[in-house]
Write a protein that binds this ligand. Structure first.
Ligand code: GLC
Ligand code: CA
Length: 573
């Protein structure tokens, strides 16, 4: 392999695969590694540089694999370690890199470490997790006996009583996902060893699941009551806790620094502030290469994601501008609108009806021209919209299912709950990938684990690849642009029109080359309030209008959902 620059990932685009829903080769209704191998031409055809696989390790699947019971194995539903080695070889043969998803904040409750830990108070692994007696000498299991008032992300208290020893263990996501105790150096060194083994197997990096949650304040104070009442918010005591930077630097020193080849480290960081992100990604600090911000995917939430909120483009611009600006000199952004935890962006920020294709391309254009590493989530390149989730049974994800159950138990109206929870449910992103217009969208030869709820007669990979005007080919062109135009990778970023509620506008500049990016976030024709005469001789690098609309393009007005990227040379000032 050729010698890689240490920051090779700055010009890269990552494609995320959610294996369960990508492609099923053996006909059991669940996606698998052979299915991925069979479809790599689709991924490579986009021109992406990196493939990120959501977890494929043995798991009870309480959270679709984000509950790992063996960090070194492959779940038999996905295949074998030989299948994995073959996948890795094929990915490399196609010139791409492979990034594994490591879930190190917690294990499954079926992981042998946890099984040992819960077996008795004196077990050597007891301290690998967070065990605490009932608070204030209360009887185990009595009301309010939990060691803190924290709520779990997937509803209910963050503490679960283990009757055998009369103590509680911490699981900030769910009782099936007990949190590891990173205060214990044995835990950390066991996890670093997992990373070394995967690197020795040939993978190129890791996406580290909720990695900013691994340092907890060992005093474990109570949290403020949450807006919805009930439990308290423990996040101030476990998000970016006191030793988080020390742990990230130790991981880098132990795992990354000794390697000959660069190792890509991407931190998933719910609740991370932009100033923290700048520290995590400052190259001189030797922590991580990039982090996922959550700020911009929370701007249309109400008090929680389940409370109705409204989308205001000015909020999106303010958030992304702050991240672009703060990480401009040191540090690096990752760029995403979609992943397996988010509703589909075309439904959320675009128009998934009449202008589905055009608005999907607009969103992609605006996102991909920012400074940072773009992530494409399976189906995004087809402009896949949200699933029509209409029945209680359509919500199968642990998070949405628990939320619906809780609200129904409180007496809420089922139709209202499904409609509201369905809007942000992760289920939207987890419907099967749509390969063609045949039964089950050719995801599987049998009834898939989760139905093909999205219209697949027209929205499918076969159509998309055959149609030069498709969303797929637009993504391909955007990715190519990043590879050929250095300004996209390295140029300075300047937000324009921050107060405009309809138009997203910014420039990128590198030496004498300047790009102007415009996106209309509405279904109306809008005027662009910028001195565009200066761009009249600029080259149109990419846009999203079809003939005949393109022929009648107006320089200072944008058609519904139109996007445009212009390039000009500036004479030095
Ligand atoms: C991350 C994953 C999500 C998972 C959670 C707990 O946010 O992306 O899917 O449920 O962590 O592991
Ligand atoms: Ca299968």
């Amino acid at each position: 392999m050729s010698q890689l620059a240490p920051d090779w990932w700055k010009s890269a685009v990552v494609y995320q695969i959610y294996p369960r829903s990508f492609a099923d080769a053996n006909g059991d209704g669940i996606g698998d590694l052979q299915g991925i191998i069979d479809r790599l031409d689709h991924v490579a055809g986009l021109g992406v540089d990196v493939v990120w696989l959501s977890p494929i390790y043995p798991s009870p699947q309480a959270d679709n694999g984000y509950d790992v019971s063996d960090y070194l194995g492959i779940d038999p539903i996905y295949g074998t370690i030989e299948d994995f080695q073959r996948l890795l070889r094929e990915v490399h043969a196609l010139g791409m890199k492979l990034v594994m998803d490591l879930v190190f904040n917690h294990t499954s409750d079926a992981h042998p470490w946890f099984v040992a830990s819960r077996s008795g108070r004196d077990d050597p692994k007891r301290d690998w997790y967070w065990w605490r007696p009932p608070r204030d000498g209360k009887a185990p299991g009595s009301p309010g006996a939990e060691p803190t008032n924290w709520g779990a992300a997937f509803s209910g208290p963050a503490w679960t009583l283990d009757p055998r020893t009369g103590e509680y263990y911490l699981g900030v996501f769910s009782p099936r996902q007990p949190d590891l105790n990173w205060e214990n150096p044995q835990v950390r060194h066991a996890l670093y060893e997992v990373m070394r083994i995967w690197l020795d197997r040939g993978v190129d990096g890791f996406r580290l699941d909720v990695i900013n949650h691994v340092s907890k304040d060992p005093r474990l104070p109570d949290g403020e009551p949450t807006v919805l009442g009930g439990s308290g918010d423990g996040s101030p005591w476990f998000v970016a806790g006191p030793r988080i930077h020390e742990f990230m630097q130790e991981m880098h020193r132990e795992v990354v620094a000794p390697r000959r080849d660069p190792v890509l480290l991407i931190g998933e960081m719910p609740g991370c502030t932009v100033d923290e992100a700048a520290r995590f990604t400052d190259p001189d600090r030797h922590e991580l290469d990039m982090v996922f911000t959550f700020e911009h995917v929370q701007i249309d939430h109400g008090a929680t994601k389940w409370q109705p909120g409204t989308f205001d483009l000015r909020d999106l611009k303010a958030s992304l501008d702050r991240w672009q600006t703060t990480l401009a000199q040191r540090g690096w952004n990752s760029l995403y609108l979609n992943n397996h935890d988010q509703p589909r962006a075309v439904s959320r920020f675009g128009d998934d009806g009449r202008y589905r294709v055009r608005s999907a391309k607009m969103l992609a254009t605006v996102l991909h021209l920012h400074r940072g590493t773009p992530f494409v989530y399976q189906g995004e390149e087809l402009g896949m919209p949200n699933a029509p989730l209409t029945r209680v049974e359509d919500l199968v994800d642990v998070e949405s299912r628990n939320q619906v159950a809780r609200e129904l138990a409180e007496g809420a109206d089922p139709d209202e709950v499904v409609a509201r929870v369905g809007r942000f449910a992760r289920d939207n992103a987890r419907t099967p990938m749509q390969w063609d217009d045949s039964q089950h969208a050719d995801f599987s030869s049998t009834e898939p684990w989760y139905p093909v709820l999205v219209e697949h007669e027209t929205i499918n990979a076969r159509h998309a690849r055959a149609d030069p005007g498709s969303v797929y080919h637009h993504y391909r062109r955007l990715i190519e642009l990043r590879h050929t135009e250095a300004t996209v990778v390295h140029g300075d970023f300047t937000m324009l029109l921050p107060e405009d509620p309809d138009v997203y506008a910014y420039t990128r500049r590198l030496r004498d080359v300047e790009l102007l990016v415009l996106g209309n976030f509405t279904g109306e024709t809008v005027a662009v309030d910028l001195p565009l005469a200066a761009w009249s001789d600029a080259e149109l690098l990419i846009d999203n209008l079809d003939v005949p609309d393109a022929a009648t393009r107006e320089p200072d007005r944008l058609r519904p959902w139109e996007a445009r990227v212009l390039r000009r040379r500036r004479t030095p000032e």
